[in-house]
Design a protein around this ligand. Structure first.
Ligand SMILES: C[S@@+](CC[C@H](N)C(=O)[O-])C[C@H]1O[C@@H](n2cnc3c(N)ncnc32)[C@H](O)[C@@H]1O
Length: 303
């Protein structure tokens, strides 16, 4: 099959940026997508981008898109005004683009043809690429809490006892929790699952252990491995595309309940304001508040 010569980063919005139905998907948050960094120079005729909100992450994607576009190839980028949209034009102009800008439904839409001379892209690519933090762990701008240990994760690390048997890390990020889990010699297997390919790539580099397996997938769609694991550890996500989304954490809790063996345990940390008590009580035989600090709470729930 010939590679499509058009590409799309993120979910399409045909009203803001029409895109061919066979466009190559490039978002690391859509399992199975190609990696924008792996595209050959000048290989794509048109790219539409739903721009990420983070500056370093966004400039990395824009720079790679300009690198991958053929001369005069068309770049269409859109983002909500308050989530990077207002900066798009300037960012593209700084790369040497002549930009046409319009507004629709609170989004800014910028269109540019790839100029002959693109500038500043190498720096943007280097700044947004996979990198080792001061703690030695691999990470990448755009990944959850990419340059620091999340305080909720820190509380869970402090509270959780050594685990054993088969363990799953739901929304593993770059692998903070999994690294701690694997310190216990009685853990036999550990499945790390995340929606973000960049997180899975980083976790693979951060964890060299034959007990670990890595899955790039959307846990909301998971249907297998039911009733087989002894422990689930998670700091579940509660944001999607900018807004708070409690249903994500609730989906993680429901899936943990179906994945665990009877008597198996879920270790979960959440922001204190998130109302997970009712859903935990609904799906588990017993629930205990195991730790609380700085606006976070840790639950141990037994199936
Ligand atoms: C709050 S972060 C925790 C990351 C890591 N466990 C830590 O403690 O640093 C939640 C993680 O869940 C992932 N995630 C979000 N939605 C997901 C989904 N539907 N399926 C799988 N993982 C998801 C995010 O990419 C993110 O890495």
């Amino acid at each position: 099959m010939q590679t499509p010569r058009t590409a799309l980063y993120g979910h399409a919005d045909h009203d803001l940026a029409p895109v061919a139905s066979d466009a190559l998907q490039l978002s690391p948050l859509i399992p199975g997508a190609s990696d924008v960094a792996a595209l050959a120079d000048g290989s794509i005729d048109a790219i539409a981008i739903r721009a990420p909100a983070g500056v370093v992450e966004r400039r990395f994607v824009l720079a790679h898109a300009l690198r991958a576009l053929a001369p005069e190839g068309r770049l269409t980028v859109f983002a909500p005004k308050d989530r990077g949209g207002q900066r798009l034009r300037k960012e593209l102009e700084a790369f040497g683009c002549v930009v046409g800008e319009s507004s629709k439904r609170h989004n800014r839409i910028c269109v540019a043809l790839r100029p002959d001379a693109v500038r500043g892209t190498a720096e943007a690519i280097a700044a947004g690429a996979p990198q080792q933090g001061g703690n030695g762990l691999w990470t990448q701008p755009g990944v959850f809490s990419w340059d620091r240990l999340d305080p909720g994760t820190a509380l869970l690390l402090k509270t959780m006892p050594p685990l054993s048997g088969m363990v799953a890390d739901f929304g593993c990020g770059i692998g903070w929790l999994s690294r701690a889990v694997l310190q216990s010699p009685t853990v036999t297997k550990l499945a790390l699952i995340d929606l973000d390919r960049r997180a899975i790539d980083a976790a693979r580099r951060n964890i060299e252990d034959s007990r670990a397996s890595f899955v790039w997938d959307d846990l909301r769609k998971a249907t297998d491995d039911l009733g087989v694991v002894d422990f689930v550890v998670t700091n579940p996500p509660f944001h999607e595309t900018g807004g708070e989304d409690r249903s994500l954490g609730q989906a993680f809790i429901r899936l943990a309940a179906t994945s665990l063996k009877k008597g198996g345990r879920l270790w979960l940390v959440a922001n204190r304001h998130l109302p997970y008590e009712a859903i935990l009580a609904e799906h588990f035989a017993s629930v205990r508040l195991a730790g609380e600090t700085n606006g976070y709470k840790v639950f141990e729930a037994r199936k």
